[in-house]
Design a binder for this molecule. Structure first.
Ligand code: CMX
Length: 434
């Protein structure tokens, strides 16, 4: 039994006991009220989901296992000569709750390297898909195609899965699947954009380093991939893709079905597509104005947009009420490596200009740029096609979502089934209250 498995086993035992005791004691405590507007408006701010891996503080931003973005970037172990931590270290933090030592990260890297080889049929399936297929859909199909290899699903069919051991089978699937996602993605990238000139993995590299290497993109893109995959790994498990993964897994589906459903959840322009929207907006500004764009011109463009009732992509947030530290971390990377990039210069001008325009002309609750504001500009700087951005988002979200569904099984969370209400039922409920 590996040290990692032993550690997880002991954490699961302790957490289970704590969780069950907590439930016995507190299960009937009320934590809020539900307004009709919240039901209709996408359950915004309704505290109805459970995760122990992260929480969003409106002022501080995302807190992973008790650590802020800056703390995580500072404390997690890093590859030699790298400024960004190992993605494997973030996975370790999310799944165990602890900052790993160098040895503990090494163990995860070794586990991933042993398990990342793809079955040949995955390559064949990807090669036979229509040229026009969206790369993120290709990723989802590739993951689904491996579902029959799920250790959890096979054990379930044989009647071996119980509420005591379900987590062990889920852990096997998570450890088998997570390292394969970047390999599939790099293959899709080379297939679609680089004439199918596939690059073989480099066993000496960590997940982020190998991903950039297999895409054929030189340093420091590996540094950005590590940063990006950590920053987007988990956001309290409530966004469309993470929640979808959890929802599907709640019916005791395996990790393959669950994560590919979550990846499909990134398709919409309001979620996975938001990076592209923001990138397109900056690109249009650049194409129209080239380097003639000044603060004054940008202000006028924004005021005109707002007068037409349009939103400015890459600004605002549903939960945060301060600058998103994930945006600031990307901005810092940009300041270091993209200083002369024309789109980055516009993004910087926009950062100095747009928040006060939004404050003045709208009722926006958070006028600051969000995580999606400059990610696309940075990926594109290294040659990534905008249609591939969502695949990179999927890789990131898989780190947190897979850690979350492992804990769903470890804590025996039940199938999710909220109750729906009709307008007449709401009306009746309201009458009895008056
Ligand atoms: N541009 C213009 N107006 C905006 C705005 C923006 N970027 N963001 C919010 N507003 C407006 C809203 O339209 C709303 O106007 P009305 O009162 O007239 O309806 C008002 O400000 C209040 O909105 P809010 O409560 O501050 O924001 P919401 O919680 O409703 O929406 C979000 C949040 C992200 C959907 C919204 O800010 C938006 O559409 N931003 C642009 C798209 C974007 O960048 N999406 C990526 C989000 C990243 C993430 O979720 O992590």
């Amino acid at each position: 039994m590996s040290r990692f498995f032993e550690k997880i086993k002991s954490i699961v035992e302790i957490k289970r006991e704590e969780f069950n005791l907590f439930l016995q004691q507190y299960k009937n405590i009320k934590i809020g009220e539900i307004k009709i507007s919240q039901i209709i408006n996408g359950m915004r701010c309704l505290k109805v989901l459970f995760t122990d891996l992260s929480s969003v503080d409106p002022e501080k931003g995302i807190i992973w296992r008790g650590y802020t973005v800056d703390e995580v970037l500072q404390k997690l172990p890093k590859p030699p000569l790298s400024k960004m931590p190992y993605v494997e270290a973030q996975f370790y933090l999310l799944i165990t709750g602890d900052i790993p030592s160098e040895t503990e990260v090494r163990e995860i890297i070794d586990i991933f390297n042993e398990r990342r080889k793809l079955p040949d049929y995955v390559y064949n399936i990807l090669k036979t898909m229509p040229k026009e297929t969206d790369p993120n859909i290709m990723l989802s199909v590739a993951i689904n195609s491996m579902q029959h290899e799920s250790v959890f699903a096979k054990a379930y069919q044989k009647g071996k899965v119980t509420k005591y051991n379900a987590w062990e089978y889920m852990l096997e699937d998570v450890l088998n699947l997570l390292p394969k996602i970047s390999i599939i993605s790099a293959f899709i990238y080379r297939l679609k954009y680089k004439n199918n000139m596939f690059i073989k993995e480099d066993d000496s590299l960590d997940l982020g380093g190998n991903f950039a290497y297999m895409m054929g993109i030189k340093q420091p893109y590996d540094e950005f991939l590590r940063l990006y995959m950590i920053l987007l790994s988990d956001h309290e498990n409530g966004n469309v893709s993470a929640h979808t993964t959890h929802l599907v897994a709640s019916a005791l589906a395996d990790a393959y079905c669950s994560i590919s459903a979550g990846i499909n959840g990134l398709s919409g322009p309001l979620h996975g597509g938001a990076i592209r929207e923001s990138f397109n907006w900056f690109m249009n500004l650049y194409q129209q104005k080239k380097n003639q764009l000044t603060k004054k011109i940008l202000e006028q463009i924004c005021v005109d947009m707002l007068n037409k009732g349009l939103v400015i992509p890459g600004y605002g947030h549903a939960v945060l009420r301060n600058k998103d530290p994930r945006f600031l971390a990307q901005m810092k990377f940009g300041e270091e490596y993209l200083k002369n990039d024309e789109l980055f210069k516009i993004a910087r001008l926009a950062f100095d200009t747009i928040p006060h325009i939004l404050k003045k002309h709208t009722k926006i609750k958070n006028p600051w740029p969000n995580i999606d504001n400059i990610s696309g500009i940075i990926h594109s700087h290294y040659g990534i096609d905008k249609n591939f951005f969502t695949v990179l988002f999927s890789n990131s979200i898989a780190v947190g979502s897979l850690a979350n569904i492992f804990w769903d099984r470890a804590l025996n969370l039940p199938i999710e089934r909220p109750k729906s209400v009709t307008i007449s039922q709401l009306f009746e409920l309201n009458k009895t209250r008056i």
